[in-house]
Structures are given as structure tokens and as C-alpha cells.
Design a binder for this molecule. Structure first.
Ligand code: SF4
Ligand code: SF4
Length: 103
């Protein structure tokens, strides 16, 4: 299939903005030094490369495949990938407690 046709048939990813985050991790492309350690570390092939002559950084390619294993966070030597709070984490538990306490 020609590249143009492929692009037209791809569904837009409306869940995660600008290919910088999944449900579990967030990528700061300004901190990225394009070493590709995160791309190699991800067992789900979530992360990809923007590898142009003067514009290189990792990006989130398939956010929906992320399992939240955090291997990319540990692999990045520049702190460009950070863990996000998720619906299962303390913030939500605290919210639930607050709602319960409020009656
Ligand atoms: S958290 Fe795990 S699955 Fe998700 S992008 Fe990072 S390495 Fe891949
Ligand atoms: S490991 Fe960090 S610096 Fe290296 S490509 Fe991934 S985000 Fe960029």
C-alpha cells in the first residue's frame, strides 16, 4: 500500500496528545538526546524514533500497547520519560476517601 493511502486509512489517535504520552508514562522531547535506549527497552514496541537530519527524538508510536512496566523510565539516562499518575494510584484513592468523608 502506498504511503499516502496508508496515512489516509490510519485512525487518528485522539486519546493521547501529540505522541508524547501513554496512560502510564510521559515523554518530554526537549530532554531527549535520541540515544534510543527507551526504544530498545520497551517490550511492547510502544516507542518509536523521529530521526531526521536536524530533528531527532523518541516519540510514542502505539500508546494503546503500553502496559506501564516503566522499563523506558529506567532506561532513559536523561530523565526524559516520567511515570504518570494513573487511575489506580494514591491520588485517586485519596479522592475516593475525600468523597467518602464528605458523605
Ligand atoms: S511503560 Fe513499558 S510498555 Fe509502556 S512505553 Fe514504557 S517500556 Fe513500553
Ligand atoms: S532513552 Fe531518553 S534520551 Fe534516549 S531516546 Fe529515549 S527518551 Fe530520548
Amino acid at each position: 500500500m502506498a504511503e499516502d493511502q496508508k496515512r489516509k486509512t490510519m485512525k487518528p489517535n485522539l486519546t493521547f496528545a501529540r505522541h508524547i504520552e501513554t496512560l502510564y508514562v510521559r515523554l518530554d522531547t526537549r530532554q531527549c538526546k535520541a540515544c534510543w535506549a527507551c526504544v530498545k527497552a520497551c517490550p511492547q514496541q510502544v516507542l518509536g524514533k523521529v530521526d531526521l537530519p536536524f530533528h531527532k527524538h523518541a516519540h510514542v508510536d502505539r500508546a494503546e500497547k503500553c502496559k506501564g512496566c516503566q522499563r523506558c523510565v529506567k532506561a532513559c539516562p536523561n530523565g526524559a520519560i516520567t511515570k504518570k499518575a494513573t487511575i489506580h494510584e494514591p491520588a485517586t484513592q485519596r479522592d475516593r476517601y475525600d468523597r467518602h468523608a464528605a458523605g
